[in-house]
Design a protein around this ligand. Structure first.
Ligand code: RIB
Ligand code: CA
Length: 311
């Protein structure tokens, strides 16, 4: 493998699944060390199963899949079944996984990999940040093994779970706060960006036109996914949140952003999980993240379609 060492933490979930396919289609760019799963869009037994089904679909049996935390640090789990369906990947006939679930806990895998890393590892976090937060609490020296963390989460504008909070940060705000305050090389891709990347019928049909099992499955997964999200937010299609993380790692020039101070609200009942971000950097609000602000949707879908055609 010639690519950068990468671990993906996710809660598949339709958009996680497409992000995984993009990464699995890019062995030239990523040495994908493993996939850790967390409870989020659907409970953990389904997120780990779904991650393994996606690896089966991509015929990437070399990538180990781990189950991590089954619930947030403090709050009870809230899922997003209305968006992703009961199974988390409703809409597509996906193969049963031949890939077994790894016995090691996902948090232990993160700690072992990051402590022993011959070169610092990139982390792509696509769900609630429970696994990474627990790993950082258990092993503060972990940050030395991390090159870069790119998360999909937060919102500078309206939320998608409450008026103030985005799902990943709402479900586990305490974990998001641990990660944001850990002094990592952190890039945050909020809803403000992912809502610029929406699946129109034309873009969905381009996946179907690939004429492959992956193309058909992608088009099928996107058929109903997130329609409610699109309607609620007045979008031309369902926002493709998590693939933006992998697209950013592949082609950062498709995005723009600025250094910002990012903080997470954990105490307020009304604003639980709110991401408070400002580019106005002061002694009280020092830079602790790059927060992305724009995305080139056409370029992202072109990248996705070209890469998924390789599977
Ligand atoms: O708010 C969108 C995010 O929450 C995405 O990562 C989606 O998969 C869910 O995890
Ligand atoms: Ca996700």
């Amino acid at each position: 493998m010639t690519g950068r060492p990468l671990i993906i933490d996710c809660d598949p979930g339709v958009d996680d699944a497409i992000a995984l396919l993009l990464a699995l289609a890019s062995p030239d760019a990523f040495d994908l060390l493993g996939i850790t799963t967390v409870a989020g869009n659907v409970p953990l037994p389904l997120t780990q199963y779904n991650a393994r089904r996606i690896c089966q679909l991509a015929q990437r049996w070399d990538v180990p899949v781990f189950a991590g935390c089954p619930r947030p640090m403090i709050y009870p789990l809230l899922t997003a079944k209305p968006i992703h369906g009961i199974t988390g990947l409703d809409g597509a006939a996906l193969p049963e996984p031949s890939l077994p679930l790894q016995a090691q806990h996902g948090v232990a895998f993160l700690i072992n990999q990051l402590l022993a890393a011959p070169e610092p590892i990139t982390l792509a976090c696509l769900g609630p940040l429970t696994n990474l937060a627990i790993a950082l609490i258990q092993c503060p020296d972990l940050a030395l093994g991390i090159d870069q963390v790119v998360i999909m989460g937060g919102s500078l504008g309206p939320g998608n779970v409450t008026p103030s909070a985005e799902f990943n940060c709402y479900v586990d705000p305490h974990a998001a706060r641990v990660v944001v305050e850990a002094g990592l090389n952190l890039t945050c891709i909020p809803l403000d960006v992912t809502h610029q990347v929406v699946t129109t019928p034309e873009r969905r049909m381009a996946f179907a036109a690939l004429g492959t099992a992956v193309g058909q499955a992608t088009a099928a997964l996107l058929q109903d996914y997130g329609q409610r999200d699109a309607e609620r937010h007045g979008l031309a299609g369902s926002p493709l949140h998590d693939p933006c993380v992998i697209a950013y790692l592949l082609e950062p020039a498709l995005f723009t952003g600025r250094p910002m101070h990012l903080a997470i609200e954990t105490e307020s009942s009304l604003c639980r999980g709110r991401t408070v971000a400002t580019p106005d950097l002061t002694e009280l609000t020092p830079a602790n993240a790059t927060v992305l602000e724009t995305a080139q949707a056409d370029g992202i879908y072109q990248l996705l379609t070209e890469r998924l055609a390789k599977l």
